[in-house]
Design a protein around this ligand. Structure first.
Ligand SMILES: [Zn+2]
Length: 67
């Protein structure tokens, strides 16, 4: 039901992050603080965290470059 719609790896540092998305989504929708969840998932770098935090906006930006 929940598809992995973020990149499998972080664009910037190449850390695999795709498998963390479901857990992140589950926990944040359950009311956990997004920052704490990312800390516990090992997302320490801002480049990875912005993938999770800003990923909807990022998709919008990317689609702006498509014909
Ligand atoms: Zn990264």
């Amino acid at each position: 039901m929940i598809k992995i719609i973020i990149p499998v790896r972080c664009f910037t540092c190449n850390k695999p992050v795709g498998h963390l998305w479901e857990d992140y989504k589950k926990r944040t929708t359950a009311g956990e603080d997004a920052g704490n969840v990312m800390d516990q998932l090992g997302l320490k770098r801002y480049c990875c965290r912005q993938l999770f935090l800003g990923h909807v906006d990022l998709l919008k930006e990317v689609s702006a470059f498509k014909p």
